[in-house]
Design a protein. Structure first.
Length: 420
């Protein structure tokens, strides 16, 4: 199925896949649909609008149909959060034959307060709000306000400041202002497509009462209220939220995927990390850990390894080939030496279970036990690994048989010899 998503300000289309949270969100969506995202006029890479002659909301409604036509999509599911949701609902009411299902999050029919919308923003407050938007645009503060889970610290705020600047000029405030002055309350009754309305209960930008109103006035709507203050849908998106979206759009509740596969597991561990941290101080040690992780990730990319997670003072990674895993471990050890560190590394090839971004299973457990037995600046591997790289030219020295805690039997271990 196709899922069309018009983006809003502050979301630079070309940079979304660089943000881990957003990439994970989109990856999940693409597991059950073809996702078509675009910048409506006035946003991101699309054409600007004249700030002195801002078009009516139907302009952004037309953009949805234009993109669907260009992509050859006669009918699709449509998703939006915050301001573009107005255009989505107007499009669905105007072109019911083109919309299968709708997902809107932190959306509103009318933003400003009146008798029918007492939870809306007062007009005098709105003027101050627009002034702040214009004043802070491009320095990351808007993103921190609207997506606190995406922008948890100053480093993220500096990154999102760049994303803001790439997603629109300083006069971009006129576009959300146009949405917030619009009112589609009279349109809601004509929306025929089943609609999932998602509202964050602590959202300071779009109060949850807006979502409740939409769910009450759209004929085939269901309300999903979740805790949190994020106005941007991918920000703070939990597995529960993604499960709800997938079930709503496909009609099938997803079951947790447990993927079993053969892989070579690598554990690295910095030798005497506690003593080093105490001797150099927390700040210097933190910088050393950051440099070590950056170097490790670089080597993993070079040897087609998958970074699973940091273990505090080490790394867990997987590989689709044991020879590449050994070469990577060798070079990580060399790189650690350049940074003034010593590591121990352990490798085992066996069955693992992938669940989301994490791994588990006996293969992981054995690799951890092998790593714990390695000496300083040593890469230790199981007999399984040596058997699989026979003929590769990689040399080993026998380290004897060992019992691995929690693993039945005894295990022959080998140390990888350095290159000549």
């Amino acid at each position: 199925m196709d899922l069309v998503i018009p983006l809003n300000g502050g979301m630079a289309l070309d940079m979304l896949w660089d943000e881990p949270q957003i990439a994970a969100f989109l990856t999940r969506l693409t597991s059950f649909s073809r996702v078509v995202m675009f910048d409506p006029r006035g946003f991101g890479s699309s054409g600007r609008v004249d700030p002195d002659r801002v078009p009516a909301i139907q302009t952004w409604m037309d953009d949805i149909g234009t993109v669907m036509d260009a992509a050859g999509i006669p009918r699709a599911n449509v998703m939006a959060w915050s301001e573009p949701a107005l255009a989505v609902l107007l499009f669905a009411a105007t072109h019911p034959g083109r919309v299968t299902n709708i997902v809107v999050a932190n959306a509103f029919a009318r933003y400003l307060r009146n008798d029918e919308c007492p939870w809306g923003m007062p007009p005098d407050t709105f003027a101050i709000y627009m002034h702040r938007l214009r004043e802070y645009w491009g320095n990351g503060r808007i993103s921190r306000r609207l997506a606190p889970s995406l922008v948890p610290n100053d480093d993220a705020m500096r990154r999102w400041a760049r994303i803001e600047r790439l997603s629109g000029p300083p006069d971009i405030y006129v576009v959300p202002q146009a949405f917030m002055h619009s009112d589609i309350t009279g349109v809601l009754q004509f929306v025929q497509a089943p609609t999932l309305v998602i509202a964050r209960t602590d959202n300071p930008h779009v109060r949850p009462e807006h979502g409740r109103y939409l769910a009450q006035h759209i004929p085939h709507a269901r309300l999903l209220e979740l805790p949190g203050a994020d106005s941007v849908l991918p920000s703070g998106a939990s597995p529960q939220l993604l499960d709800e979206i997938e079930e709503f759009l496909t009609g099938v509740r997803p079951t947790p995927a447990l993927e079993r596969q053969l892989a070579t597991v690598l554990f690295t561990d910095i030798v005497s990390s506690t003593e080093r941290a105490a001797s150099v101080g927390d700040r210097v040690w933190r910088d050393s850990l950051d440099a070590f992780e950056a170097m490790t990730r670089q080597m993993l990319e070079r040897y087609r390894g998958i970074f699973v997670k940091s273990t505090g003072d080490g790394t867990l990674a997987t590989f689709d080939g044991p020879a590449r895993a050994i070469e990577c471990a060798r070079h990580v050890a060399v790189g650690a030496g350049v940074l003034g560190l010593e590591i121990r590394a352990g490798l085992h090839t066996g069955e693992i279970e992938r669940r989301g971004d994490d791994v588990a299973g006996m293969g992981v457990h054995i690799a951890a036990r092998v790593a714990a037995l390695a000496g300083a600046d040593e890469v230790l591997v199981s007999r399984t690994v040596t058997d699989l790289v026979a003929g590769s030219g990689i040399a080993f020295t026998d380290r004897g048989e060992h019992e691995l805690k929690g693993v039945p039997g005894t295990w022959q271990l080998y140390a990888v010899l350095g290159e000549d």
